[in-house]
Design a protein around this ligand. Sequence first.
Ligand SMILES: C[S@@+](CC[C@H](N)C(=O)[O-])C[C@H]1O[C@@H](n2cnc3c(N)ncnc32)[C@H](O)[C@@H]1O
Length: 198
Amino acid sequence: MTNEIKNWINRDGITFLSNKGIRKGFNVVDFGSGNGHYTLPAAKIVSTEGRVYAIEKDKNTLRKLMQTAEKEGLSNIIIPISPEQEKSLQFDLDDEIMDYALIYDVLHYFSEIERKEIYREIHRILKIGGILSVYPKHNKNDWPLWNLSNMDLEDIIKEITEMKFKFKGKESVELFHDEGYDTGFILEFRKEKNQKLT
Ligand SMILES: C[S@@+](CC[C@H](N)C(=O)[O-])C[C@H]1O[C@@H](n2cnc3c(N)ncnc32)[C@H](O)[C@@H]1O
């Protein structure tokens, strides 16, 4: 692990996610967790009273994440999807159990239909008042790639608010992308009362 990654996981990532509203005792879901650059600092914040659920389709990546978690003494990271379900976008998680959801640097993998399925699932598992935080890297104005290359931030905000999330704001921040520090926009949404999706 590089010094930059260590500094992010142990210091700056904790500050970043705390500033974004993750708190001790929260249940957090990290969709497309990768090797845990957000999962690990989130697990440190929520501590033993909370849980971080890492949803990641790549088994090797998950193995690396769990190895790092073990080295860091973290036992509150849960892998909710069993191997036979790994291609599904239906999460193996109960309704309304999460305080916070992260969708960071992963939306570009999915078609519009798939993204809507993901928002629907996140909406289902979030508690009322729960937060959805999105880092839409690879949109039209930030190294465009794959399914997000023709969408700007306003398009993404519109798409997510159409799925009954309330838009709370966007912020340009220093964050971690792949193996190093970067700047990018974070979008924040909330699941409001009486906005169940049909
Ligand atoms: C670019 S990485 C971002 C990792 C992490 N969120 C971060 O920001 O550091 C995107 C991750 O999403 C994962 N992914 C892609 N499709 C997925 C799916 N259907 N279910 C779960 N994870 C998926 C990829 O395997 C990859 O590890």
